[in-house]
Design a protein. Structure first.
Length: 280
């Protein structure tokens, strides 16, 4: 038995060195980079958010991030899922909505970066312009108070109403309307996701719809609306994360990729002005 020990030892050393050599060759073939990827789970509205993330997915894969996209049909569950750590980030809301959600629910969330603007638009099957609206016209809008200042700003710019002097436009409410010469009636009792169906049912004289729902329903906010929010809108849709996670490399890489020329060109080409990319 003793005679075989040196041979066994030599064989073990040879096998170990061969294994090391194979490992080094694989590392060399991959440029020395690790084949490991980190998983990133992001909640998003179907359109355009999830579509934009799908376009970014292969780019993130090249950077070592395996992106999982979880889609939502409402504006409440994505923040609940982020708080419960089912998500690493969400991508569906703008800053005023996030601020309201933080105020109402105590979320410890932060904005990791603005990605795009979806201009809010006004639709009608009965009238071709805001100026054509009759006395007492019925205007249907979202029950999301965070959207009201945005909607009222469009209607004020179109000359339909006037808001109280000094009011912060993004926080304006229906109570801040001080001039309403046509006595239009505001009906703000509907969830945002129901507004396209209400429009298709020809309810009301005017329906104000968020662009993500409009696009998802086959509407083009630029071509099909009778009034649309200006391009300088402050309502950028953002990547939202739990406080402190904005410094994580995976989150920073996600935002960098979404700000890249490749993704911004995709947004401009696909949505034809109905979604506008931002880079900060």
């Amino acid at each position: 038995m003793k005679k075989w020990l040196p041979f066994v030892f030599a064989l073990a050393v040879a096998l170990f060195l061969a294994a090391c050599g194979t490992s080094e060759e694989k590392g060399s073939e991959n440029g020395g980079a690790s084949e490991e990827t980190s998983k990133l789970t992001v909640g998003a509205s179907n359109v355009p958010h999830a579509e934009i993330l799908e376009e970014a997915k292969p780019i993130l894969k090249e950077k070592g991030i395996d992106l999982e996209i979880v889609t939502f049909q409402d504006y409440i569950l994505p923040n609940k899922a982020l708080e419960s750590k089912e998500l690493d980030a969400n991508y569906f809301q703008h800053i005023p909505y996030l601020e309201l959600q933080i105020e109402e629910n105590g979320y410890d969330f932060v904005n990791a970066g603005g990605i795009h603007i979806e201009p809010m638009a006004v639709y009608s099957k009965k009238y071709d312009s805001i100026a054509d609206l009759p006395e007492g016209a019925h205007i249907i809008l979202s029950n999301s108070v965070a959207e009201h200042g945005r909607i009222l700003s469009i209607l004020e710019k179109e000359g339909l109403i006037k808001l109280k002097d000094g009011v912060e436009k993004s926080k304006a409410t229906l109570e801040d309307v001080v001039e309403n010469p046509k006595n239009v009636e505001f009906d703000a009792n509907y969830e945002p996701k129901l507004l396209t169906q209400i429009f298709n049912n020809n309810e009301g004289d005017v329906v104000v719809i968020n662009s993500n729902y409009a696009i998802d329903a086959g509407l083009n906010p630029v071509e099909d609306s009778i009034a649309i929010e200006a391009n300088e809108s402050p309502y950028a849709n953002i990547i939202t994360v739990r406080n402190g996670d904005e410094t994580k490399e995976s989150i920073k890489t996600l935002v960098e990729v979404l700000h890249s020329k490749e993704i911004q060109d995709f947004i401009l080409e696909k949505y034809k002005g109905a979604v506008i990319p931002v880079s900060e």
